[in-house]
Design a protein around this ligand. Structure first.
Ligand code: SAM
Length: 258
């Protein structure tokens, strides 16, 4: 089947090694599942290969990319080919909804969030990067183009919180601590393992690099490799190598009725 590009990147190209490099992290998973409360039916929008999908509840998964749907393990429900902006579900038909590291890719984020509010009776749990907090990461010094692209793409998490707090609901933002050995290879997951950025497969599984020009990417790799070899990175940022966790831009936005 031809690949549908519903977001802002082509997962037929960037999604191929996704499930190998983006394995759900159990500590982050525990936070997401706790936020879903006692929901029995859960909608997972932008479900990808199924990371963080609960195994002990009834799940409906929505995923527009064929390459991502094909990476779902057979133990999970097949995902429906649809987009957040037009959810094929009735009003108030699921107990809870989750959208994990996906809203930054939606073509019409407001429409997608309105759809989540329409179909969900209980908690809506969004995991997203706060575009306003990206600069806390040391990568800002080495790849400012990447941080700027993230800032533009992700936007302020306060906007998500406002959109998910219509009358009759309240939403809160919870920082998600990133463990030093995080198994989900998003950018900040490697705060203590800078060498990993030198592996092209690792950056291929981090979609924001698609918005960084080839010459900037090349300069980033060259400079980081040189600083790692000379010890300059460790002199400035070496303390990160033993920090048990990093509070960066990763957040959960949790909207509940009330
Ligand atoms: C970074 S992946 C995250 C996948 C999964 N939630 C996870 O945590 O691994 C983002 C996913 O959002 C999907 N996506 C992009 N635009 C979308 C849209 N408009 N509606 C629903 N999903 C979309 C992509 O196809 C991709 O699978």
């Amino acid at each position: 089947m031809a690949e549908t590009i519903a977001g802002d990147v082509d997962y037929a190209v960037r999604g191929v090694g996704y499930s190998r490099h983006r394995r759900p992290d159990p500590r982050i998973e525990a936070m997401i599942h706790a936020a879903l409360g006692d929901a029995r039916t859960v909608l997972n929008v932008g479900a990808g290969a199924g990371s963080y999908e609960p195994r002990d509840r009834l799940v409906a998964a929505i995923e527009p990319s064929d390459a991502m749907r094909r990476q779902r393990p057979p133990s999970l429900a097949p995902a429906i080919n649809a987009r957040a902006e037009a959810l094929p579900l009735d009003d108030a038909s699921v107990d809870a909804a989750m959208a994990i590291l996906t809203v930054h890719q939606w073509q019409d984020r407001s429409a997608g969030l309105r759809q989540l509010l329409r179909v969900t009776r209980g908690p809506i749990v969004i995991m997203a990067f706060d575009g306003e907090a990206m600069h806390r990461f040391w990568l800002a010094e080495y790849a400012p183009e990447m941080i700027e692209a993230s800032r533009r793409r992700d936007g302020p998490v306060a906007e998500l919180q406002a959109a998910l707090s219509p009358p009759g609901r309240r939403a809160e933002v919870r920082p998600v601590p990133i463990p030093i050995d995080c198994t989900d290879g998003f950018t900040e997951a490697f705060y203590a393992r800078p060498e990993r950025f030198l592996d092209p497969e690792v950056t291929m599984a981090q979609s924001t690099w698609a918005f960084v020009a080839a010459d900037a990417m090349e300069r980033f790799r060259r400079t980081l490799a040189a600083d790692l070899a000379s010890g300059a990175w460790d002199e400035r940022y070496g303390a990160h190598r033993t920090m048990p966790e990093f509070i960066g831009s990763l957040t959960l936005v949790v909207s509940v009725p009330g």
